[in-house]
Design a protein around this ligand. Structure first.
Ligand SMILES: Cc1cc2nc3c(=O)[nH]c(=O)nc-3n(C[C@H](O)[C@H](O)[C@H](O)COP(=O)(O)OP(=O)(O)OC[C@H]3O[C@@H](n4cnc5c(N)ncnc54)[C@H](O)[C@@H]3O)c2cc1C
Length: 374
């Protein structure tokens, strides 16, 4: 009997599921991909694109091509709500779709204040929306006659705020050497990069200082008029999507207090075992940081478990790695590398990051999916 598996979201794990499916297609399953965008940026390369090192087309995975190769039907829409007890989802295009199995890899979002007088707001999530906003601001920046200094404020002291501020400053200064661009990193926390070892924090502060960035800790951003700022890079902590937080839209699906889908060791919803959830939208126990590295590492386990669930065989457990290599791009041809208590920064760390990220994205290119036999 034909069954339907719906993949919702063009996240890092679903890219791997589609790639694996393309090499081992199944005739007993109707595979559907629901995603509002054809192209999905790879988070690790976003700072490099912001700084101008990569073109946008170099950092995206083409999900339409990937879906076509996997024999999946792509529906260009967002999930709007779901009824997990009836095994159906409602989409932003008005369609209702039933499923046998469902997999959620919809990432997370940010809720910047809507009233940011005088300032151009650039939320760092969702990543797909960032492209249009950034290109529009850059076009304006290139042509603007104003010669006043521009002040760029990053709100959020985590990796996204740190990397994106350095990247944007580099790009703006490079494009308009005639204009003064000031940088400010503002965080409500007491430290920059609070989840990183003290040595990484010290190197990060020195890097910010070298780039002429002021740092304000224990400061809550409330208004660009009071606190200055022409461009605001909004990079506070990740939040779950509105439909996940709303009981009327998520139905009986079990979620954490913050709206993340609660999952078990096999990446299945704790309330509905025919629903899988991975990456930023899901919550593991204990909670994992919202980082792309987890979504990437969950991909192979998800892929295996979806097939196992369809076959009625045993599922695998996901084991989050306790330590992993973290590479923070500093937009000056260098990066800060850390693993456990080991930290290093320099050009080679950037070369390593560039190599790892380019290799990851190449796995989903046409050439790599279907190498020519010449
Ligand atoms: C500037 C920046 C830099 C970062 N750098 C790093 C880094 O170097 N290393 C790292 O580990 N992490 C990094 N992160 C964190 C990283 O972006 C996320 O943790 C990662 O993208 C999560 O992956 P994911 O697969 O869960 O979701 P995503 O990659 O966000 O993918 C989710 C997908 O779901 C889609 N979607 C959203 N809502 C819906 C809906 N309702 N219906 C259907 N589809 C939907 C989106 O369009 C998107 O395609 C960075 C974040 C930012 C903001």
């Amino acid at each position: 009997m034909m069954r339907r598996l719906i993949l919702v979201g063009a996240g890092h794990a679903h890219a791997q599921v589609l790639k694996a499916w393309a090499s081992a297609p199944r005739s007993d399953v109707e595979l559907v991909l629901v995603s509002p965008h054809a192209l999905a940026p790879y988070s690790g390369m976003v700072p490099g694109w912001l700084s101008g090192v990569y073109r946008y087309d170099e950092i995206v995975i083409d999900f339409v091509q990937l879906a076509a190769r996997a024999g999946a039907r792509w529906i260009c829409a967002e999930i709007d709500s779901m009824d997990p007890d009836r095994q159906s989802i409602s989409l932003s295009n008005g369609q209702n779709l039933g499923y046998d199995w469902l997999s959620l890899n919809v990432g997370s979002t940010l809720l910047p204040p809507t009233d940011a007088p005088c300032a151009q707001m650039l939320p760092m999530r969702p990543l797909a929306d960032l492209y249009q906003r950034y290109e529009t601001l850059l076009a304006h920046w290139r042509s603007e006659a104003d010669d006043q200094p521009l002040r760029v404020v990053a709100v959020g002291g985590g990796a996204a705020g740190f990397e994106s501020l350095l990247a944007v400053l580099r790009r703006l200064r490079q494009e308009r050497p005639d204009r003064v661009v000031q940088g400010l990193l503002m965080t409500s926390g007491s430290r920059v990069l609070p989840d990183y070892p003290a040595r990484v924090q010290r190197v990060a502060l020195r890097t910010l200082y070298d780039a002429g960035v002021d740092v304000q800790v224990n400061t809550v951003w409330h208004d660009s008029r009071d606190q200055g700022g022409d461009w605001i890079l909004w990079a506070t902590g990740a939040q779950s999507h509105a439909w996940q937080r709303d009981p009327a839209r998520r139905g009986a699906l079990a979620v954490s207090a913050e709206g993340y889908v609660l999952i078990d060791a096999q990446l299945r919803s704790v309330s509905h075992p025919n629903i899988f959830a991975v990456g930023d939208c899901a919550q593991w126990t204990p909670a994992l940081p919202k980082a792309g590295v987890y979504a990437v590492r969950m991909g192979p386990v998800l892929s295996y478990n979806l097939h196992a669930a369809l076959n009625g065989s045993s599922l695998r457990n996901y084991q989050p790695q306790r330590r992993f290599l973290s590479l923070l791009a500093t937009a000056d041809g260098r990066a800060i590398a850390s693993r456990g208590c080991w930290t290093w920064s320099g050009r080679w760390a950037w070369y390593l990051k560039n190599d790892i990220d380019r290799r990851f994205i190449r796995r989903f290119s046409e050439a790599d999916l279907f190498p020519r036999l010449t």
